[in-house]
Design a binder for this molecule. Structure first.
Ligand code: PLP
Length: 444
């Protein structure tokens, strides 16, 4: 074995080296095949090795791979911004391209604060968010994230942004059920605004379906209607973090469209480049851009590789691929097919406490005692065990947090490429079954 100087997520673990990818499968150097049931980190939305995307990037690179955004614009960047303005709802028309989801939410934070400054209100600098959330790893994005595991080491450096409860019906913080609950977890936003003062709050940020921190927690009907009403009544911007859910992961371009809600700012990432290129975006509505366009006319943010032509060409090719193959139209029927099978697995393996999610973004929350929803002891490291056993058996799952504190529970995300076929879903389920049988054996 040659020595490795690559810093990996866990320094004491060995990771298989991937040789190539094709469709929903990855193949390592030893020839072992993995069914990518999580699209990596919910990213490879159209699968691996799609020739159209590779060709589009190649063609762009033959012309120019890089121009600096403060010196030039480029055809792919202009076309991509135009396309997004067409495809996204409402007046979400202005795109700021960056390279990762963290940069997209961090830029959203900065634009929200700048918006109020340009209107002459300098006191609105706090961003409200939810506990059990993940908005990125850079310090601004982490300050907005209710993800104790990822925050712990850096708490002294983080802004103390206030948080409210998540719409986590399986573990309702009020021990009630929707809709009779009256969406108390959304009403908490109103209470928090009263406590802090609307004149100190720039925006509220939320993932339409909570991903890494909660394992695909999808809110009840009318939750976002209540959130949007509270934001509007209190003059607070609503930022939808669609880094995981955008670009059709749940069917529509934005997951928030399921709830007929239009945010003021949207963060996109992951599925945008579908893993072919690092690209993400902060998309801003006309009404938020207006005072900036009338005022300073400059957004003080950006990165050397922002709006990179090759990355923009990749994202354009992804959009074209989604359209040419009518992929988003089939998400709902595949979702129903996969959900039925996951529900059936839940009856076979009682440690699956809940199957939840939206579109092709599902979470399985694991519990030791299902009737009382009691999680496994953290020393069992159940999520790790499931993910590792899955990988050994050739299926890739994405580990997620769970529990109202975002720490005490276990969950995995199932989110295959949107191109997955029903036959491949059958195979995914068979591999999950084998994995769970093995996990049960290990648990004894
Ligand atoms: N926002 C959400 C909802 C995410 O799921 C993630 C990543 O998992 C991020 C932001 C951060 O994106 P990135 O890892 O590309 O910086």
């Amino acid at each position: 074995m040659r020595p490795s100087y690559l810093i990996k997520p866990a320094l004491d673990e060995s990771y298989p080296e991937i040789d190539y990818g094709k469709g929903i499968y990855l193949f390592d150097q030893a020839g072992k095949r993995y069914l990518d049931a999580s699209s990596g980190a919910v990213t490879a939305n159209i699968g691996h090795g799609v020739p159209e995307i590779i060709l589009a990037m190649h063609e762009q690179s033959k012309r120019v791979s890089f121009v600096y955004r403060s010196q030039f614009t480029s055809e792919p960047a202009e076309k991509l911004a135009e396309k997004l303005a067409d495809l996204l709802p409402g007046d979400l028309n202005w795109s700021f391209f960056v390279n990762s989801g963290s940069e997209a939410t961090e830029t959203a934070l900065k634009i929200a604060i700048q918006y109020w400054q340009e209107k002459g209100i300098k006191s609105k600098t706090k961003i409200l968010s939810r506990w059990v959330s993940y908005h990125g790893i850079t310090l601004g994005a982490l300050s907005m994230s209710g993800h104790p595991g990822r925050r712990a080491r850096f708490v002294p450096l983080l802004e103390e942004f206030p948080t409210i409860s998540p719409p986590y019906c399986y573990r309702c913080p009020y021990q009630k059920s929707a809709p009779e609950c009256g969406f108390l977890c959304a009403i908490e936003l109103e209470t928090a605004i009263k406590r802090i003062g609307a004149d100190h709050i720039a925006a509220f940020i939320a993932e339409p379906v909570i991903g890494a921190a909660g394992g695909a927690i999808s809110p009840p009907e009318d939750y976002y209607k209540t959130i949007k009403r509270i934001c509007e009544e209190n003059h607070i911007l609503f930022i939808a973090d669609e880094v995981m859910t955008g670009f059709g992961r749940t069917g529509p371009m934005l997951a928030i469209e399921h709830w007929n809600t239009i945010p003021d700012i949207v963060a996109l990432g992951k599925g945008m480049g579908a893993g072919y290129a690092p690209i993400a975006a902060t998309v801003v509505s006309d009404h938020v851009m207006e005072p900036i366009l009338k005022g300073s006319k400059v957004i003080i943010s950006g990165h050397t590789l922002s709006a990179n032509p090759q990355s923009c060409a990749a994202a354009l090719a992804v959009l074209e691929y989604l359209d040419n193959h009518q992929i988003l139209k089939e998400v709902e029927s595949k979702s129903v097919y996969l959900k039925n099978k996951l529900d059936r697995l839940k009856t076979q393996f009682p440690f699956i406490g809940e199957v939840r999610g939206k579109g092709l973004l599902f979470g399985l929350e694991f519990v030791q005692f299902p009737a009382a929803k009691i999680p496994f002891d953290p020393s069992v490291k159940l999520t790790e065990l499931v993910v590792r056993t899955g990988r050994d058996h050739g299926i890739l799952l994405y580990p997620a947090g769970a529990g109202l504190d975002g720490l005490s529970g276990d969950a995995v995300i199932i989110a295959p490429p949107l191109t997955v076929t029903k036959r491949e879903i059958d195979e995914l389920i068979a591999l999950l079954q084998t994995t769970f049988i093995e996990v049960y054996k290990t648990l004894g």
